[in-house]
Write a new protein. Structure first.
Length: 143
């Protein structure tokens, strides 16, 4: 039994890069098959936040894996920090793992202070970092 009495743990991936989406989808399916949890979890994938808002639950805890730059959103000039704040206000119970291929320490600190639970720089080691962050957040939600 999870601390939130969840029937299912929702993990949302929001990224508009089709190549990275394919990589993360394959990676998530691998994670799903290796993690043992007392409740099932489900992955949902979105290439923009509007589709996410239309489909996601605004009251149930979950995890969002959120790209910093989403060019497919209505306003491509909106910063990743603005998107993070919108997602957090949509559902404050969501834990957010934010990532990007751009930026550095300044972007990292802005996102972490803005409410992200984790920040991951895309690169050779990023899938291992995703796995570690997911395990931490899943464990917190299902304890």
């Amino acid at each position: 039994m999870s601390k939130y009495n969840l029937d299912e743990l929702n993990i949302y991936v929001i990224d508009d890069d089709p190549i990275f989406m394919k990589i993360i989808t394959q990676f998530m399916e691998k994670i799903k098959s290796t993690l043992t949890t007392p409740i099932p979890f489900k992955f949902s994938y979105f290439d923009n936040t509007n589709d996410f808002y239309d489909s996601a639950d605004s009251s149930i805890p979950g995890i969002v894996i959120l790209d910093y730059r989403l060019d497919k959103d209505d306003d491509a000039d909106v910063s990743g920090l603005d998107i993070l704040e919108e997602v957090k206000s949509f559902n404050p119970k969501l834990k957010i793992i934010s990532y990007t291929s751009e930026g550095g320490d300044i972007v990292k600190h802005k996102l972490l202070f803005g409410g992200a639970s984790h920040f991951i720089q895309k690169g050779a080691k990023s899938l291992k970092e995703f796995e570690k962050a997911l395990v931490i957040e899943i464990t917190k939600l299902i304890r």
